[in-house]
Design a protein around this ligand. Structure first.
Ligand code: G6P
Length: 228
């Protein structure tokens, strides 16, 4: 590992959109719900739900459809959506892990880096199980771990604490504006996954993990830390 490995020892990954593409399954389930309610919900609209909790997502859909529900009805429909979603992720396959993720995780672990998965999803364990990823992470925190939603950094702070590292010793990998913001507020190094114009708060943005070398990531983050 490069010199920075003296400083960077932890690697904290968001799940949805970083390790696997579960967004398409969330969309199928939310879309089914929207259809039942007569709410127009085109795919591009789903991007606006990225990183939002289950209940926040439902509230957005209701808002777009100009619909009102009591708290009890919201809980009921959020549950219905979750059952549909769980049916879909139960059939996920290991081949659905995004390109380059496994070699990158192997490289991190072989270099002595500690890995954490920090997801806002309460279904994170089920996804890890279907895609056989459970053993790749030293620590797994699902949506039941943090009480405060992103951009509060609680989920990442808990991950760093579980790895027994300070935020400045960890890189967070996240694909969403809210996640990147949370990592920045928490004092982490941040690698955004996606397009640089969408994630201006990230120190480095990569399109994904294909051909992604740990040494390149560490070098770029080190450069940005020096500049910043
Ligand atoms: C992640 C996803 C969101 C999802 C949230 C809760 O943040 O990006 O789209 O709403 O997790 O997921 P859950 O599986 O608990 O409904």
């Amino acid at each position: 590992m490069t010199d920075l490995s003296e400083k960077i020892k932890g690697f904290v990954f968001n799940l949805d959109g970083v390790i696997v593409d579960t967004a398409k399954y969330h969309y199928i389930a939310w879309r089914r719900l929207a259809d039942e309610m007569g709410v127009d919900f085109p795919p591009e609209q789903h991007d606006k739900l990225r990183s939002l909790s289950r209940m926040e997502s439902l509230e957005k859909i209701l808002e777009w459809g100009g619909l009102y529900m009591t708290e009890a009805e919201k809980l009921h429909w959020a549950d219905v959506k979750n059952n549909w979603y769980q049916g879909l992720i139960a059939n996920m396959k290991p081949e659905e892990v995004l390109p380059g993720v496994l070699p990158f995780l192997d490289e991190v672990r072989n270099s002595g880096g500690r890995t954490a998965l920090s997801s806002a999803s309460r279904n994170a364990w089920a996804v890890l199980k279907s895609t056989r990823l459970e053993s790749y992470f030293d620590v797994v925190l699902d949506g039941s771990a943090a009480r405060k939603a992103k951009p509060h950094p609680e989920c990442f702070l808990l991950a760093a604490a579980s790895l027994q590292l300070a935020p400045a010793e960890c890189i967070v990998f996240d694909d969403a504006v809210l996640g990147v913001r949370a990592a920045r507020i928490g004092g982490f190094h941040i690698v955004g996954i996606g397009k640089p114009e969408h994630l201006p708060d990230a120190e480095l943005v990569i399109p994904g993990f294909t051909d992604c070398r740990l040494s390149d990531i560490l070098e770029s983050v080190e450069k940005m830390a020096t500049v910043g």
